[in-house]
Write a protein that binds this ligand. Structure first.
Ligand code: HEM
Length: 328
């Protein structure tokens, strides 16, 4: 009997000890905080606005992990730039759709005459289409850098998105070279016809024949086309310079310069895309007979009279209008 009582008491004592041991262990784990004496990254950031340490390599900038300008830049890249892009590109698309519904295609008055004039040589057309095709791929791959993660990744999933993004980034880097060459050639090839003249002001004052119903006189390029020319030369130049600063990081600039280059590159690229949408509109569905200028290289004499009367006069004097005049 005594032995049984001893066993029962022994078992109860054991259970009691185990019960005490559990909260004691739990108390111990909360009582000891292994990082209590060290500063947390978040606290450092709040105090100093940057996280930076000591390094043993000569590259000084590698010692900075986080800095306030970096966070500002990240916000610009992830939020502000997306808003700018959405507003200018979607805004331009809306304007073009509304304009098309209101104005329709600008037709050749009196139809085609059957007489033609060479407008662009094969070399000019080659340079135009090389630059244009590079631009379209640069635009799509650039849009992927700004919007891909937010819009495409949720649709196609991480695997397809990373494969496409890798290809797009290679294309973006390598096609920048023929694009830059194209911009330089466009600058040299057409500068002679793109300097502003008094005729441009008169052309603009009359709505350029696109907005109103008049057809103000213009030379080989009208004021609208001259604007496109300078946007391509200056916008393409700015995109190229900032793009090469990004492609060869820290060779010519520091962290602040890299951030500025990225911001300028992003804004110029997005505004450039929006403006080229308007150019593509006029060159295709916006104006009858325009596409064949860059397609076949020839335009109809009636088209030239309507849109580039001063140029037509000069071409006619040089005997460059081909084909028989229509019977009276
Ligand atoms: C699918 C895309 C494009 C189409 C359909 C197109 C169409 C045209 C057409 C028809 C012309 C001749 C206008 C005329 O005879 O008066 C032209 C001219 C020109 N294009 Fe394009 N183009 C496209 C893309 C581009 C791109 C991406 C660039 C540059 C980045 C560009 C730069 C120019 C320039 C500088 C001119 C001469 C100025 C002017 O006519 O506005 N084009 N284009």
């Amino acid at each position: 009997m005594l032995a049984r009582i001893r066993i029962i008491f022994g078992a109860l004592a054991l259970v009691g000890l185990m019960a005490l041991a559990v909260p004691a262990g739990a108390q111990q784990s909360t009582a000891v905080n292994p990082t209590a004496s060290s500063v947390k990254e978040q606290q450092l950031l709040q105090r100093l606005q940057r996280v930076e340490g000591r390094i043993t390599i000569p590259d000084e900038k590698a010692s900075v992990l986080i800095q306030p300008e970096g966070r500002d830049w990240r916000r610009f890249h992830n939020v502000t730039l997306r808003w700018i892009g959405a507003i200018v590109i979607l805004g331009m698309l809306v304007v073009l759709v509304v304009f098309y519904l209101w104005r329709g295609m600008v037709r050749i008055e009196g139809g085609r005459s059957g007489r033609t004039i060479v407008r662009f040589t094969a070399v000019e057309r080659f340079v135009h289409w090389m630059t244009a095709s590079c631009f379209i791929i640069l635009a799509l791959s650039g849009l992927n850098i700004t919007f891909g993660k937010a819009l495409l990744l949720p649709l196609v999933g991480p695997s397809a998105f990373s494969t496409w993004s890798e290809m797009a980034k290679y294309a973006h880097n390598y096609l920048s070279f023929p694009f830059t060459l194209g911009v330089v050639l466009i600058f040299l090839m057409w500068i002679a016809w793109n300097l502003p003249t008094f005729t441009d002001f008169k052309w603009l004052a009359q709505g350029g024949g696109i907005v109103g119903s008049k057809h103000p006189p213009a030379g080989r390029f009208n004021a609208g086309q001259k604007a496109i020319y300078w946007i391509v030369v200056l916008g393409g130049g700015a995109a190229a310079v900032t793009g090469y600063l990004l492609m060869f990081p820290f060779y010519a600039t520091d962290i602040a310069g890299m951030q500025l280059a990225q911001m300028v590159h992003g804004v110029v690229g997005l505004v450039f895309i929006a403006i080229m949408l308007a150019h593509i509109y006029i060159g295709t569905i916006g104006m009858q007979g325009a596409f064949q200028a860059m397609g076949r290289g020839e335009v109809d004499a009636n088209w030239a009279r309507q849109h580039h009367s001063l140029w037509l006069e000069k071409q006619a004097k040089k005997g460059r209008v081909r084909g028989a005049a229509p019977a009276e």
